[in-house]
Design a protein. Structure first.
Length: 369
């Protein structure tokens, strides 16, 4: 039989894990000790407490013995629990389920335990945590931009509407899905489609709809694609309204058409969680032969308007002459002045000298001319 007196030394920054026949017997603190070791059945694992983590194959046995009380912080996480480990004020690790031990001899250790079944992770220092490399394996980060809303669904059920900013979710706990919804004003172009008017004229019309999402949850749960639904409703409204109007009425009052379309589309899409801000008619495209016909009609109208204006001017001139004749007839003196003006213009052009005397002479000169 072998009998050996062994000397065991544990330094100040170390701890000794004493085993006998592979069974944990206790924790040795700093100092020197002598121990009888029969048949070399005693072993000592010396570990440094400057390293905050205690990693050992028999950690569960060591923890259960209570030997680590006052020396280390034990963290035992259930399947649905996660933890943040802060060492000396710095984030050291993000822990999943399992058992851990951290030496507290040389370090200040703080542990935060979270129930991950909610999937969403909220923390005052979220931005700092997400920047740490330790967080990448267990946390998924999502950023919602300004003017947007994030719809958080867990296992197919809506849990929350996220405001702009950074958000985080635990990985591998639940089926989490984030839908980003743009709340800003958006524009949908209603491309040209062939529509027949009440007087059987086929035309193409382009419209523009400006809208914004008022209820994000309703917008993504009521219809598959709210933009496509808005496009479809606007197309149907165009066909319904234009089909009741003749071409001349439609072209003469496009603003009234736009107002009627706006009211119809606004009512139809309200149930989708969408508000129509404005609807306008951008283009009305006629077939080639209809364009030529409309140009001819327009040309004829303009020619008629020009002729009417000419007749009005001629009538006005004749009316003015008639009024002048009446005035001259009623005023001989004014008549004489007008005669003198005429004679003056004639003499200037013909290089004539006109001598006027009494009335008889003036009459003769006028008759001579």
């Amino acid at each position: 039989m072998w009998v050996l007196l062994r000397r065991l030394k544990v330094r100040e920054h170390e701890r000794g894990l004493l085993f006998k026949d592979h069974e944990f017997k206790g924790l040795l603190r700093p100092g020197r000790r002598f121990i009888w070791d029969l048949l070399l059945r005693v072993s000592l694992d010396v570990v440094s407490v400057r390293d905050v983590w205690l990693d050992h194959p028999d950690l569960d046995v060591i923890v259960k013995s209570g030997a680590l009380d006052g020396e280390a912080r034990v963290v035992d996480l259930k399947d649905y629990e996660r933890a943040l480990v802060w060492v000396d004020g710095r984030l050291e690790a993000v822990l999943k389920h399992g058992q851990y031990a951290l030496w507290t001899v040389f370090h200040e250790v703080r542990v935060e335990v979270f129930d991950a079944r909610s999937a969403r992770f909220e923390h005052p220092d979220l931005a700092l945590i997400l920047q740490a490399r330790a967080a990448g394996s267990l946390l998924e980060a999502v950023t919602i931009e300004a003017g947007h809303a994030g719809l958080f669904f867990k296992d197919g059920r809506h849990e929350a509407t996220l405001a702009p900013g950074a958000h985080a979710f635990w990985k591998g706990v639940a089926k989490a899905r984030i839908l980003d919804v743009d709340l800003r004003e958006q524009v949908v172009d209603i491309a040209g489609q062939e529509i027949m008017t009440a007087d059987k004229v086929t035309l193409r019309m382009n419209a523009v709809v400006t809208f914004k999402v008022a209820d994000p949850l309703k917008a993504v749960t009521t219809v598959e694609d709210y933009r496509q639904a808005l496009y479809r409703e606007a197309q149907l409204a165009l066909r319904a309204v234009i089909g009741t109007r003749e071409l001349d009425v439609l072209l003469s009052d496009k603003d009234a058409l736009a107002r009627e379309l706006d009211g119809i589309v606004r009512r139809r899409v309200a149930g989708f969680g969408v508000d129509v801000v404005a609807l306008g008619i951008r283009d009305v495209i006629l077939p080639g032969e209809m364009k030529d016909l409309m140009n001819k009609v327009t040309e004829a109208k303009k020619a008629a308007e020009a002729a009417l204006i000419t007749r009005r001017e001629e009538t006005a001139a004749m009316r003015s002459q008639a009024n002048t004749a009446k005035i001259l007839e009623s005023s001989p003196t004014l008549m004489r002045l007008r005669e003198l003006e005429v004679l003056e213009r004639v003499s200037q052009k013909a290089n004539l000298t006109v001598v006027l005397g009494e009335k008889g002479l003036a009459d003769r000169v006028v008759k001579l001319l």
